[in-house]
Design a protein around this ligand. Structure first.
Ligand code: SAM
Length: 280
């Protein structure tokens, strides 16, 4: 999930099952409950509103398999969709190929490292860094560079929108037992699976290793086991504020969810909108 994760890691192969879309592909009744549990039920609507309010084009950093890219393009926005993972972008391209030609034409898919972003176009009205992408660049300096790169690609009146988990709601200690997910469906095979995940203790850089395995029930009754592992870095609220400030952003809103609830220590997420600080 971060840049050192191999393309074959199970977290990449099962991504669309773990984080189902209510807009793309077959939707199941339980998908909304899965998204609500993770705290991202309203994120697609939120980023669409941001694009609507700012006007396009949108720079989407860490677009992954296109969970937000495709709804943004369907809503009429031009999107430059950037991700470092070839395997995530392959899944995005496969889904995009099923969209009408006018939707496909609105999306530029770019494989680049967000920490050294350099696109041939600038002047974006909105830079979106959705769903924990900043945490998955697990190094303070690289996270700050990512924000500064986003700033460098924005129009002077451009906006930034991002969301990450609130670390105060997560376990910061090493977990001794795996937490199994509810049974989910692998959208590539249609088989049911369960994800078993554990987290390591937070290190001195606020990094945590997330690891575990997927058990997928095959049609012949056998269980296929695939492992995953990646690292993320907890970003605490005031650190996020300082990082945004030093990258040249002034925060406009910092809420605890996608319904604009006030942030508290118990909020699931930190959902931020910011504008560029005026240059002196
Ligand atoms: C949790 S996924 C989010 C994907 C998508 N935004 C969504 O909401 O479903 C994090 C994404 O960030 C990408 N990513 C991690 N480090 C990156 C980097 N240095 N540059 C660009 N993308 C990166 C990963 O490859 C992955 O696709």
């Amino acid at each position: 999930m971060n840049k050192d994760v191999p393309d074959t890691d199970a977290s990449i192969l099962y991504y669309d099952g773990d984080y189902p879309s209510l807009e793309i592909g077959d939707v199941r009744a339980e998908d909304a409950a899965t998204l609500a549990r993770i705290g991202i039920l309203g994120d697609v609507a939120f980023y669409k509103e941001q694009a609507e309010a700012t006007g396009g084009p949108v720079l989407e950093i860490g677009c992954g398999t296109g969970r937000l890219t495709i709804p943004l393009a369907r809503a009429g926005h031009k999107v430059w969709a950037v991700d470092i993972s070839a395997a995530m972008l392959d899944q995005l391209r496969a889904k995009l190929a099923l969209e009408p030609p006018e939707v496909q034409a609105r999306v530029h898919v770019i494989q680049q490292d967000a920490t050294a972003l350099d696109l041939p176009v600038r002047g974006f009205r909105l830079a979106a860094i959705p769903f924990n992408v900043l945490m998955l660049i697990p190094d303070f300096t690289a996270e700050r560079r990512t924000l500064a790169s986003a700033a460098a690609h924005l129009a002077p009146d451009g906006r930034l929108a991002l969301d990450v988990m609130n670390p105060l709601t997560l376990s910061l200690d090493a977990e001794k037992k795996p937490s199994p997910s509810e049974p989910r469906r692998n959208p590539r095979t249609g088989n049911r699976y369960v994800k078993n995940s554990l987290a390591s203790r937070l290190d001195e850089q606020q990094r945590q290793r997330l690891y575990g395995w997927y058990d997928e029930l095959l049609p012949d009754g056998k269980i296929e086991v695939s492992e995953f592992a990646f690292t993320w870095r907890m970003i605490f609220r005031f650190e996020l504020e300082l990082m945004l400030d030093s990258a040249g952003f002034a925060i406009e809103s910092l809420t605890g969810d996608f319904e604009a609830s006030s942030w508290t220590v118990d909020s699931r997420r930190m959902v931020v909108t910011a504008r560029l600080l005026a240059k002196e």
